[in-house]
Ligand binder design. Structure first.
Ligand SMILES: Cc1cc2nc3c(=O)[nH]c(=O)nc-3n(C[C@H](O)[C@H](O)[C@H](O)COP(=O)(O)OP(=O)(O)OC[C@H]3O[C@@H](n4cnc5c(N)ncnc54)[C@H](O)[C@@H]3O)c2cc1C
Length: 288
């Protein structure tokens, strides 16, 4: 591993100026779980690392009934899983964070680092897309917010400019009748990373599902909503037949990747099964 300077800015503007000054030779550093592997494998060789650990604005999990949830980018997966306000108001999100990776990664890796690395085979992006989350991004030039669906651009590529930092993730307040379910499918129990994941959220008013969101990831370069599946379910009482039709539409419509962990046909087949089962569990359907 090449030697590097470890910089510890006190606020976002200072960190941003450091990133801008050193350009391609510089990386932000949060928990280090992804970055240290990349350094050891010589995929990157920065001369400067900008540690985010001393920037207070990036910490903390806060819930407000009107504004919803604010998760600081430095929040570790294990903290998110155990935060009382997340367990109470966003059980789908807490459950996702409790089961990703392994205990070492959950205790060291941050939510911000996970999103900024934009590895497709991860859990939070799909779950947060299903929850309509937004990201708060800042630099010395100012602050902006983006829907999380616009944050992911391609494999390992986000909408962050080189001098920008992910500050926080915002999740809107849940409706009183909100329901949701996140499922990760592993190819073998020994693997930590999902081969396919889906998040479904809706409001259950009377017998019908409304405000339906269906997000699919891990088998796609970036997580994606599936409008045809959502339209099939919207405003309807979800039956086993409807769930099967929505799952088939999602499997057809996604941009499925092919690689050593699974070819395109296998991934589409798993999306169909995983989504059908997720809908069955969410809407108390028989059979799954
Ligand atoms: C063995 C293993 C198994 C894993 N399994 C899973 C899994 O099952 N599911 C899953 O979702 N993930 C999994 N991961 C990924 C893990 O969640 C991420 O490695 C972790 O969350 C990254 O966070 P970090 O704080 O360590 O990031 P770092 O390694 O510090 O940084 C990662 C990247 O993000 C950039 N960055 C970090 N924070 C910011 C910020 N606030 N603003 C701008 N840029 C930033 C860094 O410059 C770097 O490029 C696994 C990782 C390992 C090593």
């Amino acid at each position: 591993m090449r030697d590097f300077e470890f910089l510890e800015p006190a606020d976002v503007a200072e960190a941003s100026r450091m990133l801008a000054a050193h350009g391609e030779d510089c990386r932000a550093y949060a928990g280090g779980t992804a970055l240290l592997l990349a350094l050891r494998q010589r995929l990157v060789a920065p001369t400067h690392l900008v540690s985010l650990g001393r920037i207070p604005a990036l910490s903390g999990v806060r819930f407000d009934a009107a504004a919803g949830l604010r998760i600081g980018a430095l929040t570790r997966h294990a903290e998110l899983a155990a935060a009382p306000e997340v367990l109470r108001h966003y059980p789908m999100l807490a459950g996702m964070a409790a089961h990703l990776a392994n205990p070492q990664v959950r205790n060291q890796g941050t939510l911000g680092g996970n999103l900024c690395y934009a590895d497709p085979a991860t859990d939070p992006p799909t779950c947060l897309l299903g929850l309509d989350a937004e990201v708060e991004i800042a630099s010395a030039r100012g602050t902006r917010r983006l829907p999380i669906g616009d944050f992911f651009v391609d494999y390992y590529t986000t909408a962050l400019a080189p001098d920008e930092i992910l500050v926080a993730v915002h999740v809107p307040p849940p409706a009183a009748d909100a329901i949701g379910r996140y499922t990760r499918f592993l190819r073998t129990p020994a693997e930590h990373r999902p081969l396919v994941n889906v998040a479904v959220t809706a409001r259950r008013s009377g017998g019908a599902a409304t405000a339906v969101r269906v997000a699919v990831g891990a088998s796609t370069p970036i997580p994606a909503r599936v409008p045809r599946a959502e339209a099939l379910l919207e405003g309807r009482a979800v039956t086993a037949e409807l769930a099967a039709a929505a799952a088939a539409a999602a499997a057809d419509d996604i941009f499925a990747v092919s690689d050593g962990r699974g070819d395109e046909a296998y991934r589409r087949a798993m999306v169909r099964v995983v989504l059908r089962r997720t809908l069955a569990a969410l809407f108390d359907l028989p059979g799954e």
